[in-house]
Design a binder for this molecule. Structure first.
Ligand code: AMP
Length: 173
């Protein structure tokens, strides 16, 4: 399956979760076996020979792609979660939203110095979430090899916010 075919399977949901947002629904990419395999295979080819110790998936859709990728490239999987969900001691980073702030967390012992990690999420919008995830990983002393996304909304300039890191996406708008 090529990238145009993948792109055709992303479903636009206007005004979800609030007016003015066009939500990119990736569930058709998950239920279609060829699409899901094409996504994981593309990530796996890119990261298989990069000595990745852990794939860090961002809550919640990043878990789906990140978990499958981790298995494929013989890496561990580490969840970055919204505040209050992780049971053990955590590193925390607060970041700005359009209105207000949000907080994400990662267990303090999930990755450590000398670990090479890839961050995976379904979608790069403004880049605030991924930037906060990079900061979490750096608090642990690990190295962010790249941030990988299925979809990038290029017009929101998330890459600019992540300019200290490598960024890869399969599908761009
Ligand atoms: P951001 O921090 O602005 O880059 O937002 C990225 C996070 O919000 C990701 O975890 C996405 O799943 C989610 N997100 C932001 N905008 C959209 C959108 N238009 N469609 C689907 N998910 C989105």
């Amino acid at each position: 399956m090529d990238l145009e075919q993948l792109k055709a399977k992303v479903r636009d949901i206007p005004d979800f979760p609030k007016p003015g947002i066009i939500f990119k629904d990736i569930t058709p990419l998950l239920s279609d076996v060829d699409a899901f395999q094409a996504i994981i295979d593309t990530f796996a080819r890119r990261y298989a020979d990069k000595s990745i110790d852990a794939v860090v998936g961002i809550d919640a859709r990043g878990f789906i792609f990140g978990g499958a990728l981790a298995y494929r490239i013989d890496a561990g999987f580490v969840p970055v979660r919204k505040s209050g969900k992780l049971p053990h001691e955590t590193h925390q980073v607060e970041y700005d939203l359009e209105y207000g702030t949000d907080k994400i967390e990662m267990h303090i012992d999930a990755v450590g110095p000398n670990h090479r990690v890839v961050i995976i999420d379904d979608l790069l919008a403004t880049g605030g979430t991924a930037q906060a995830a990079c900061q979490l990983i750096e608090k642990s002393g690990a190295t962010v090899v790249e941030c990988g996304f299925v979809i990038e909304l290029g017009f929101l300039n998330g890459r600019e916010k992540l300019k200290q890191h490598e960024v890869f996406s399969l599908i761009s708008y």
